[in-house]
Ligand binder design. Structure first.
Ligand code: ADP
Ligand code: MG
Ligand code: MG
Length: 254
């Protein structure tokens, strides 16, 4: 069983005002098969964690480490991270003019597995996965993300997740901009991937809404670049009722 470990991670970005520290010592362990919700107020550093795992060049890791089964992820290229089994939706270009989705998916699958999938089984698998996500067949003929609506982009993300079969997926605000029907379809896709391949999930979300459909085993609350509180699903329920106020105001002050 694989383990993804974030250890005492400090991350900064360069801004016009100088170097800004964003992550200030994040510790997190995700085992395969576990679903971890990363919650927290806007600006607390949730996306920065996702980008750091993804290897986005804008985010400088000052210290700490990210280990996948003991191997240092920070030393891997973005491609190597994907081949190692980490799925990061944001690593893919927003739009790829002239590349059909079906070709893109097959190329990505080939790159990650190190060999091309057998064509008949693959076509069937893609068709079934698209059907489960209620994506029209014609979708496969369209160019990647070209003119996709917000909901279509999210479905495409989850389609990749189901087909590429990573060990860990980092999903940043997958719920944003989805109506309830699309949210259900996308959540079911994540749950299928979790059940089928024992996927480990880092589900980053500001709102508790998606947690009605994807049940986290653990909840971590980010505040000011650190994990301020951790618990089980009951913590998400508490946040649903109370919001983040108690993390943002000093307690006991009238
Ligand atoms: P969250 O996803 O929790 O809303 P972010 O990780 O996006 O938080 O941002 C955390 C803080 O870092 C915010 O104050 C944000 O403005 C700042 N930040 C993030 N990325 C950049 C960047 N590329 N340049 C400057 N500031 C950034
Ligand atoms: Mg599980
Ligand atoms: Mg964010």
């Amino acid at each position: 069983m694989s383990v993804l470990e974030v250890k005492d991670l400090h991350v900064s970005v360069e801004t016009e005002q100088g170097t800004k520290q964003i992550l200030k010592g994040v510790d997190l362990t995700v085992k395969q098969g576990e679903i971890h919700a990363i919650m927290g107020p806007n600006g607390s550093g949730k996306s920065t964690l996702a980008y750091s795992i993804a290897g986005h060049p804008k985010y400088h890791v000052e210290s700490g480490s990210i280990l996948l089964d003991g191997a240092e992820v920070l030393e891997m290229s973005v491609d190597e991270r994907a081949r190692a089994g980490i799925f990061l939706a944001m690593q893919y270009p927003v739009e790829i003019p002239g590349v059909r989705m079906t070709d893109f998916l097959r190329t990505a699958k080939t790159a990650i597995d190190g060999e091309a999938p057998a064509i008949r089984g693959w076509v069937k698998e893609v068709g079934e996965a698209m059907g489960a996500l209620r994506m029209d067949k014609s979708f496969g003929e369209r160019n990647v993300n070209e003119g996709f609506s917000g909901g279509e982009k999210k479905r495409h993300e989850i389609l990749q997740l189901e087909l590429l079969k990573p060990k860990f997926a980092v999903l940043d605000e997958t719920d944003s901009g989805l109506d309830v029907d699309a949210l259900k379809i996308v959540s079911e896709g994540v749950n299928r991937a979790h059940a089928a391949t024992d996927l480990g999930v880092l589900l980053i979300t500001h709102y508790t809404r998606i947690l009605r459909y994807i049940k986290p085993d653990f909840v971590h609350v980010f505040v000011d670049g650190k994990v301020a509180e951790e618990g089980g699903p009951e913590l998400a329920e508490r946040l649903e009722n109370e919001g983040y106020d108690r993390f943002l105001q000093p307690s006991g002050v009238a």
